[in-house]
Every structure is written in C-alpha cells, then in structure tokens.
Design a protein around this ligand. Structure first.
Ligand code: PGA
Length: 246
C-alpha cells in the first residue's frame, strides 16, 4: 500500500485566491510523484472549487473534509452531512480531531456516530486520537488512547473497522514545533497495532520536510497527517517528495 499523506488545512486560508494558490503549488509539484497517496482536507467552503483544479484523470490528489455531521439531512443548523460531502467529491473525512474535541466539545459518543454515518455512505473516516501533555506526564498515554479507540468504535463491525484510517496525534506535538520523537512514536504505534492490526495508521503533530520520513521508516507509520506545513505548498511538496524517495 502507498504511504498516505493527508493535508489538514484547518480554518485556513482566509481567501479563495490563497486556497487556489496553495492548490496550484501542490498540483505543480506533484506532477511526477506516483508513489504517495495525497489527500487534501480544505475548509468546507473550498470543496466546490476542487473540480476546477483536478480533472478525473489527474486526480492523484484526493479530497477530504475536516468533519461531518451524523445525520443524512434535516434540521441541523450549520452542519454538513457525509452524503453532501460525497456529492462534492470527498472520499475521506477527518473525525474527532483534538481541536474539535477541545473547542467544540466533541465527545467520543458523537465521534462514534459520525464514524458510523460516514462509513454508511462509503466515506473513509480518518479517526484522530491523542493524549495531552499532562496525560503523558502522568503515564496515562496508552490508557487514554485505548479508551478513545474503544469508544469511537463501539458497535462497529469488523468490516466497518477495516475501512477506517487511524491518526495518532499527540496533542502536545500539534502546532507546537515539538514533534514526538520517532522512537517514542514507534512504541505508541506498536501499542495501537494491538487494536487495529491491518488499518493504515498515520502520525500527526509538527510534521515537516525534515522529520517526515522518520515516522515512516524508523517508526513504521503508514502515513502522515500534516497541519501547518500543508499550507506552504513548497514545504508540503517537499514532504511528499521525501516520502516518495524513501
Ligand atoms: P500540525 O497539525 O502539523 O500543525 O502540528 C497537525 C494536525 O493537527 O493535524
């Protein structure tokens, strides 16, 4: 399976012109890259413009969303359903990102519902889990991760679970410029493999072009979830190129 690199733009950029600029840069830089699967997850607002950029033939870069709601449609002000995402060409959806858990009060129960509804329409969920700095200091990392996985996957069949991607993102490494050491991340990955033996498992948290390859080659992850660095097309393409050469 090809390594997977997911760009999480979060609430960026502010204008469509800037979004176009990033996409153009990535598209240009990705021309000769075949060995890596790339998914870009822009804010919802930019999803309709995707079609302008990538014809079906050149759709090396796939589209994902950063969240979804659990109902198919109805009176849920402000929400976007998995089916709506599918109709705009999304194939993936990030679910349970730590920023949503922290700022939007997203619970494990909500995350479980979102995963189920995404899978129902064949959107591939990228489930995010991770421990805080305090939890890590208290030696609770594995307990927290196990709990997050078990609650997110309640009542899912083996077949459903097989269609899910996991992203391990230690909260203390997200946007801090202090990435998790690959040796430490490797230990966590081995623990996570006990629960999800065959799924793709990604690392996220201050990934850049210098450390990207280590998470795959040294730690054994199947890919990366990239936040800040994905907004700089040159840096993002460098990450992808380094991974494709490794
Ligand atoms: P970062 O974010 O790469 O800016 O640390 C990663 C993420 O939150 O997905």
């Amino acid at each position: 399976m090809k390594p997977l690199i997911v760009a999480n733009w979060k609430c960026n950029p502010t204008t469509l012109d800037e979004a176009r600029e990033i996409l153009n840069g990535v598209k240009e830089g990705m021309r000769d890259i075949e060995k890596v699967e790339v998914i870009i997850c822009p804010p919802f607002l930019y999803l309709p413009y995707w079609v302008e950029f990538f014809t079906k033939k050149e759709q090396k870069i796939k589209l994902g969303a950063q969240d979804c709601f659990w109902a198919e449609n109805g009176a849920f002000t402000g929400e976007i359903s998995p089916k709506q995402l599918l109709n705009f060409g999304c194939e993936y959806v990030i679910i349970g990102h730590s920023e949503r858990r922290k700022y939007l009060g997203e619970t494990d129960e909500m995350i479980n519902k979102k995963i189920k509804s995404a899978l129902k329409v064949k959107l591939k969920p990228i489930l995010c889990i991770g421990e805080t700095e305090d939890e890590k200091k208290q030696g609770k990392t594995f307990k927290i991760l196990k709990n997050q996985i078990q609650k997110a996957l309640i009542n899912l069949s083996t077949y459903q679970i097989a269609n899910l991607i996991l992203a391990y993102e230690p909260l203390w490494a997200i946007g801090t410029g202090k990435p998790c050491q690959s040796s430490e991340a490797k230990k966590t990955l081995l623990f996570l493999r006990k629960f999800l033996k065959k799924n793709q498992i990604l690392y996220g948290g201050s990934v850049n072009s210098k450390n990207a390859v280590n998470y795959l080659n040294e730690a054994g992850f199947d890919g990366l979830l990239v936040g800040g660095a994905s907004l700089n097309p040159k840096e993002f393409v460098k990450i992808v190129k380094n991974v494709s050469r490794s």
